[in-house]
Design a protein around this ligand. Structure first.
Ligand code: GDP
Ligand code: MG
Length: 175
């Protein structure tokens, strides 16, 4: 089994940290060409029977400017071209308008499974992690996006990083 994944979420929610913790092979691609920026490969998650190529996305913001809208169109095309999406919401901040905006975008990408990831769990007590899992589930319901899984992890602390990889791989199409 093999396929492509990307991570989406507000800036500073821990996407890059999680990707770096997750991937076994870092592939440094530096180019100013927009296509290679869009296709930038973070690395590959290796399993005995599977591999997952993690590609980067620019941050998704609520578009306020034309430049912002163009960036967001790059994000949208990435979302439709990957096989599975990891949607990151941090444990230490209340779910807010930025998260709801992204969730609504994800509701439009109906064919691609979305795994919701509560990041930075090391920053809060377990009770707060549990509350955030519930809040993210409610966010999904309100936005009309069906999360394939909702998983807590800490990219920095190395907590359940492998599980995130396993869950993303499990949602890849067969073959
Ligand atoms: P991105 O903008 O979503 O890619 O977020 P980054 O991965 O760049 O992380 C943003 C900030 O949060 C950085 O200062 C990271 O060191 C910090 N950070 C990321 N993941 C974690 C985590 O799991 N725990 C803690 N405590 N901090 C984290
Ligand atoms: Mg980043």
């Amino acid at each position: 089994r093999s396929g492509f994944a990307c991570f989406i979420g507000r800036p500073n929610v821990g996407k890059s940290t999680l990707m770096n913790a997750l991937v076994g092979t870092k592939v440094a691609i530096t180019s100013s060409r927009p296509q290679t920026t869009r296709r930038a490969i973070r690395g590959i998650v290796h399993r005995p029977d599977a591999q997952l190529v993690v590609v980067d996305t620019p941050g998704l913001h609520k578009p306020r400017t034309l430049l912002g809208e163009r960036l967001d169109s790059l994000v949208r095309s990435t979302l439709t071209e990957v096989d599975v999406i990891g949607f990151c919401v941090p444990a230490d901040q209340a779910v807010g308008p930025g998260d709801r905006f992204i969730a609504r975008e994800l509701a439009n990408v109906k064919k691609t499974p979305v795994v919701a990831i509560v990041t930075k769990t090391d920053l809060v007590p377990p009770r707060r992690v549990a509350e955030q899992l519930t809040a993210v589930a409610e966010l999904g319901e309100a936005a009309g996006v069906g999360f394939a899984d909702i998983v807590p992890c800490s990219g920095q602390g190395g907590f359940q990083v492998d599980l995130v990889g396993d869950l993303l791989i499990r949602r890849l199409p067969e073959g």
